[in-house]
Design a protein around this ligand. Structure first.
Ligand code: IDP
Length: 162
């Protein structure tokens, strides 16, 4: 019980968030960063990169064998993406809510996909779906020395409380 309540209030939880090539092409990088910043999350790492196929095969390994796997890898590998690590309380689940459903047609207005996307095959951004995938994805995309160690003094003043 103690352990799970500790986990529930982990202000250092991290999620891997990526603006996909369509998000970059449509000029939505700033908009997506803005939403995470204004929600109160802390940016820990960010880079623009055109991902290699080998990296994407690992990133999307759970979808290997599905019929959208190859088109998905071509789409994500088609141009630069903006890979980020965001940190904060419940950032994995809140980040998923901010993104909306995988299929933008099912995403609520007000979510990133619900505001900017129409089809699953071009859904703007990625967010880790669990703490375990977040750790795996962060390790895959970033070296340890690419993660910034910094204190947000403005958020310290309004410390997270239960
Ligand atoms: P998620 O990105 O919301 O976690 P997943 O089911 O893990 O959703 O799928 C990963 C990505 O694969 C989706 O974001 C989308 O880009 C792509 N994808 C998933 N299902 C389909 C599909 O049926 N057609 C085309 N692309 C798909």
């Amino acid at each position: 019980l103690l352990k799970s309540s500790t986990r529930m209030t982990d202000a250092h939880e991290r999620s891997f968030i990526m603006v996909k090539p369509d998000g970059v092409q449509r000029g939505l990088v700033g908009e997506i960063i803005k939403r995470f910043e204004q929600r109160g999350f802390k940016l820990v790492a960010m880079k623009m990169v055109t991902p290699q196929r080998a990296l994407l095969e690992q990133h999307y390994e759970e979808h290997k064998g599905k019929k959208f796997f190859d088109p998905l890898l071509s789409y994500i590998g088609s141009g630069p993406v903006v890979a980020m690590v965001w940190e904060g309380l419940n950032v994995v689940s809140v980040g998923r809510k901010m993104l909306g459903a995988t299929d933008p047609a099912k995403s609520e207005p007000g979510t990133i996909r619900g505001d900017y996307a129409i089809v699953t095959g071009r859904n703007i951004a990625h967010g880790s779906d669990s703490d375990k995938s977040a750790k795996r994805e962060i390790d895959l995309w970033f070296r340890a020395d690419e993660l910034a160690n910094w204190t947000n003094f403005s958020s310290k003043r309004r410390r997270v409380s239960l």
